[in-house]
Design a protein around this ligand. Structure first.
Ligand code: DAK
Length: 257
């Protein structure tokens, strides 16, 4: 399918999805949301893709859900359309997803970044859940994922006041993994994605699943889950290759088996 609101570019085994609605600061209308999800699902089915980067422009990763598109909707319409429920599919994607964020990541834009596996931010990044000023509240995980990541006090303040968090505060709070200069953001994201894609795909996916499990289960269940996956890895050729390469002092060549 030809996309209109995103640009996709595959380089070696990395897919880059660039949100491309510059006049609306990448506000997430339904078409943009559908295109992102379709691109993610296609990439996830493609065995040659080892990592995905989602990014926006220098001014905006995404300034939120499209206020102009949704403002006239009634409750029955929102309910009938099950507005934005398709975003749940992002958490089913097994391929690692890096959010490379410059500029505004607000409302649904912040929530999209939170649905990725980790966030690399440029010094210009601003995160916020300003929905309260529109007479609504976050609706695609902002009150939930943000709270789990940065804790109640900061999440509550952001959701209740709409205050933006800059890149440095976001890094200190654990929302972003690293900050780069704006001009280096994409290169850093690509290098990081490339590194991930050199490893065994099934092992990477199991590690992602295990980290994500920590948000959904008790510590003892999570540790048990982790241990079982760890044991299962000894049935893969890539575990044999990885450990043999260390012993033989050579680079590992993983075959995703
Ligand atoms: N929606 C639609 N258009 C937007 C937009 C948005 N979220 N953000 C910006 N734009 C448009 C502006 O209207 C403007 O268009 P024109 O007037 O030129 O036609 C253009 O982008 C440039 O914006 P500005 O002129 O405002 O640019 P500035 O640099 O002055 O300001 C800004 C940048 C990001 C501070 C400002 O644009 C802003 O405050 N934007 C709104 C941010 C916001 O409130 N975001 C949260 C949106 S609500 C749901 C779950 C969740 C959600 C919805 C449903 N369900 C479960 C049902 C999510 C809700 C949200 O995300």
């Amino acid at each position: 399918m030809a996309f209109e609101l995103i640009l996709t570019e595959t380089n070696e085994n990395i897919l880059q999805i660039t949100l491309n609605r510059p006049k609306a600061l990448n506000a997430l209308n339904r078409q943009l949301a559908e295109e992102i999800i379709l691109a993610l699902r296609d990439a996830d089915k493609d065995p040659t893709i080892g990592c995905i980067i989602i990014t926006g422009s220098e001014k905006a990763f995404a300034a939120g859900a499209d206020i102009k598109e949704m403002h006239e909707h009634t409750f029955p319409e929102m309910y009938d359309l099950d507005w934005f429920s398709e975003w749940d599919q992002i958490s089913q994607i097994r391929t690692p997803i890096i959010a490379a964020v410059s500029g505004y990541a607000l409302g649904g834009g912040c929530e999209l970044a939170l649905m990725c596996d980790f966030i690399l931010a440029s010094e210009t990044a601003k995160f916020g859940q300003p929905e309260i000023s529109l007479g609504i509240m976050p609706g695609i995980g902002g009150t939930q994922r943000l709270t789990r990541i940065i804790g109640k006090s900061k999440a509550m303040e952001m959701c209740l006041t709409g205050r933006f968090m800059d890149a440095h505060e976001a890094e200190k709070a654990g929302l972003v993994s690293r900050i780069t200069a704006p001009e280096n953001l994409l290169e850093e994201a690509k290098q990081t994605a490339k590194k991930i894609a050199t490893f065994s795909k099934p092992i990477v996916q199991m590690a992602k699943e295990s980290v994500n499990r920590s948000y959904e289960t008790s510590l003892s269940e999570g540790v048990r889950f982790e241990r079982r996956l760890f044991h299962a890895m000894f049935s893969t050729a890539d575990q044999k290759e990885g450990m043999s390469s260390f012993i033989e002092k050579r680079e590992a060549i993983f075959n995703d088996k």
